[in-house]
Design a protein. Sequence first.
Length: 180
Amino acid sequence: MSEAVVAKRYADALFQLASEKSSLNDYLEELRVVKQVFEENKELQTFLAHPRVTNEKKRIFLDEVFAGVSQDVLNTLKILVERHRVGITTDVVDAFETLVNEASGVAQGKVYSVRKLSDAEKADLELSFAKRLNKSVIKLENVVDSSLVGGVKIRMGNTIYDGTISGKLRRIEQNIKLGS
């Protein structure tokens, strides 16, 4: 079974618990902190995956490091460690965030541009794409891509909206080839 599928299952279970307790946003904030800790401390993952460290020591360690998080989030981390799945922790967080966003009508995406977009430009794009995609809110992360000639490219899940000059030139080239 792929890691993405497994991560989604853990996220689904945690989502159900959070929904029952009306704590979706609280759990999401806690999980974002967990993800940040795992991304900034690669040794943490190595320690938690090490076969010579007992599961009991790993549980105690998790209790100390993540003392401020809810019991459900902490238990999820412990289960991931015990089942030798600590490597998918950030994937679980991402899948959980996707579930929370879907439940609240929020979509996330990335906007690629030659330069950093101003807050007003980003807000305009978010508003127009929210209407276009029938979502209440769209959150776009701006990624500067100097390889673009101009314009913007937006990625929402697996869909790419290409409004770049190079993208337009490619489409013109394809039309010319098809026409001849």
